[in-house]
Design a protein around this ligand. Sequence first.
Ligand SMILES: Nc1nc2c(ncn2[C@@H]2O[C@H](COP(=O)(O)OP(=O)(O)O)[C@@H](O)[C@H]2O)c(=O)[nH]1
Ligand SMILES: [Mg+2]
Ligand SMILES: [Zn+2]
Length: 368
Amino acid sequence: MSKAPDLDVQLFAPSPLLGTVIAVQANYYRVRLDIQHSGELPLASLAASALLCTRRSRLKKIGQQVMVGDRVEIEEPDWSGGRGAIANVLPRQSELDRPPVANAQQILLVFALEEPGLEPYQMSRFLIKAESTGLDVCLCLNKSDLLTPQQLNQWRDRLNNWGYQPVFTSVRTGTSVYETSCQLNQKITIIAGPSGVGKSSLINTLIPTLNLRVGAVSGKLSRGRHTTRHVELFELPTGGLLADTPGFNQPDIDCSPEELVYYFPEARQRLVVANCFFSDCLHRDEPNCAVRGDWERYEHYLDFLEEVIARQEHLNQQADPESSLKLKTKGKGESQYEPKLESKKYRRSSRRTQQQALQELYQDAEES
Ligand SMILES: Nc1nc2c(ncn2[C@@H]2O[C@H](COP(=O)(O)OP(=O)(O)O)[C@@H](O)[C@H]2O)c(=O)[nH]1
Ligand SMILES: [Mg+2]
Ligand SMILES: [Zn+2]
């Protein structure tokens, strides 16, 4: 928390040693030190500017968790042993629950144009889920070597209408891999997408020393199993950190019905230029709706809306067991069950839902 001292003072009394947590294992944290700091350090430490750290007991006492991606202050570095202690965690810019990553700035969604072919509905689902985290969303369409330039242009136009500027890559031929690496520069990025699209291949190309398994097909769809809480940040040679994620299937959308529309950039745009008549408009058949209309993904919107409303009602019922008890004891041979009215008071977007927004993405996860 101390302010950075003046430059000439710094030579004698270095500001706290700062770094980024790149891996968490049991009670140990691997911390990559900031390069500026390591420049001031003894030569031996330069080779390995990562320290294996413990967490100060003071942090344990106040319940301060340390996550991958956290910016931390290190005390008592032991350069010969490569050890240190985390004394402080700097305030987080963002925080995701699953994968548990702090300070991520963006999500890179990867899809294949062929093998497996692009499925607009599935892509929409991933996009909505990614948008709901509040992080920046980048779209990478891989295996461009399998399509003709005309086909690529058709996809480009179509996705522009969705509000996205996809980068068409081919890890096989190297097309636009450099552009992608530039997008990842100096940022913490979470890579996500269906399996088989080339994520591991892309990461291997960006970080040649890594050698992830390519073509590892995720088999069973056992929901909630195979979930791993283990995240590691891979370091790009150009600077920047990548969180690889296990392959996953169809992400569930779990925002509130009112929020949903904002996760469609093209619908968001419609709301910039006009308002709906009703402030709580869900953009179905309400009069004077600014959102309803002739845009490709409106059908997706309606589908996902049904889904989140059903989900919301299910949650409300679970949260309110007494009311369902009442329903059971009601009635004299008449209707035994009275469906609850569709509640207008949907859950608001809370910080917690934001943090957990990626959760569903990883629920069917298997380690890749
Ligand atoms: N034609 C083509 N195949 C690719 C490309 N990138 C990856 N592949 C292949 O796609 C398959 C799945 O790749 P992988 O990296 O394991 O995908 P992941 O499941 O998303 O990690 C492998 O057989 C790769 O060789 C590409 O740009 N073009
Ligand atoms: Mg993979
Ligand atoms: Zn509306």
